[in-house]
Design a binder for this molecule. Structure first.
Ligand code: NAP
Ligand code: ZN
Length: 367
């Protein structure tokens, strides 16, 4: 048995966990740069709780609230300039994956001068500033991964900035911040978490350590997804489960990376503005159909979700995602080209060739 594992983030999970563990913030810095989207952090209690904790510790802060969905390189550069001007020495990312990922890049650019390609190289002189992550959606697992996914207009796609030094120092996971999520965002993010657990479990890079975590995540997500498909908003107990399961799936992809589903989903988001989790969800049934003749483990995935067959899986996804976007053959040809060279394709086991990627797109959108 051979594997390596690195997961340096201190995880603090539970309702009211920021108030109960305020002192963990003290060693991280003396002036905080808080990174959020435009609205939700003010409304779900997360911003108020972290600023209250900073007040208790007499730590001043600056708030940058301009992170858009699928954050761009330009936005994180603008935020990093503000961080430098304000002399902040640690970063707090609050929100869905977009603000948390942006916060990682800002922590890096806040203390390094990097050109465009150097930014994505994963090599830099000074380690990023210490980072606290506070998820308010239950899906991306960014609070436990070393990835920052940015929109790179130069390559017309989303791009992964990855470095061991981008793991948050501390993540506060308070499910109460997710109580306010509407049904559509709850569905899309839960589907993203499922995609991480499935892709990680089936990846070429899956190691023995993460397989039970992926199975545990799927067995928790299965009943929640069935209930969401029936149109029910999660109970507070299910919100706890969803955040825990998405964190487990995040630990899975922190080790394995994602595979062709994410690689194919990125152009759907870039060109058609399809939400990240939804983009993966639209592709998942075709991906499992592609893998099933080669991998008996597809049966284990379905079993962990509480499903009997691939057609049960397709039916669940149809119920969760509703009517699919209408895409043309020309659209799909462009997306095949964009996804083909992504690392996630190589990590898929077996790796699909161009014709098989085209078939998965067509199965997902033209039937
Ligand atoms: P998101 O883009 O962060 O947020 C989507 C929407 O949800 C925003 O409008 C946001 O509003 C709102 N929102 C957030 N929390 C809310 C709450 N508690 N109540 C009500 N509304 C709330 O969505 P996401 O799906 O969490 O993140 C997607 C991003 O994460 C993508 O860029 C994806 O590539 C990335 N990702 C990263 C990793 C990783 O390992 N780093 C893994 C998977 C995905 P505001 O804008 O007002 O906050
Ligand atoms: Zn994802």
């Amino acid at each position: 048995m051979h594997f390596t594992s690195y997961m340096p983030t201190r995880l603090i999970f539970g309702r009211d966990c920021i108030r109960q563990h305020t002192s963990t913030i003290t060693p991280l810095g003396t002036r905080a740069f808080i990174v959020t989207g435009a609205r939700s952090a003010r409304m779900n209690g997360s911003l108020q709780q972290i600023t209250q904790a900073l007040g208790t510790l007499n730590i001043p802060f600056v708030h940058f609230d301009e992170i858009e969905a699928n954050p761009s390189v330009e936005t994180v550069r603008r935020a990093a300039e503000k961080l430098k001007k304000e002399n902040c020495d640690f970063v707090i990312g609050i929100g869905g994956g977009s603000p948390m990922d942006a916060a990682k890049a800002i922590a890096l650019l806040g203390c390094n001068t990097l050109g465009h390609d150097d930014l994505f190289s994963g090599r830099f002189d000074t380690p990023p500033l210490p980072l606290i992550a506070i998820p308010t959606t239950a899906g991306t697992g960014s609070e436990v991964t070393p990835y920052s996914i940015l929109t790179d207009k130069r390559i017309n796609n989303k791009r992964n900035l990855s470095s061991d030094s981008l793991f948050p120092a501390v993540s506060f996971l308070d499910p109460a911040f997710t109580d306010s999520l509407p049904l559509d965002i709850t569905v899309n993010t839960a589907v993203d978490a499922m995609s991480h657990a499935i892709e990680g479990f089936l990846s070429r890079r899956a190691i023995v350590l993460i397989r039970p975590l992926a199975m545990e995540s799927l067995s928790m997500l299965g009943p929640c997804l069935t209930s969401l498909a029936a149109g029910h908003l999660p109970s507070p107990k299910d919100r706890d489960t969803l955040l825990y399961a998405s964190m487990l799936a995040g630990i899975v992809i922190a080790h394995s990376g994602t595979t062709c589903v994410h690689a194919m989903g990125y152009p759907l988001t870039y060109y058609k503005n399809i939400d990240h989790g939804r983009a993966n969800g639209l592709l998942l049934a075709a991906y499992l159909k592609f893998l099933s003749p080669h991998r008996t483990e597809v049966g284990q995935v379905l079993g962990a979700l509480g499903l009997e067959s691939l057609s049960d899986f397709s039916a669940l996804m149809d119920q969760l995602l509703g009517a699919r976007e209408v895409l043309s053959k020309e659209d799909l040809a462009c997306f095949v080209d964009t996804s083909l060279t992504a690392k996630g394709v190589a990590y898929t086991n077996p790796s699909p060739d161009e014709g098989q990627i085209k078939k998965m797109f067509e199965d997902s959108f033209l039937n």
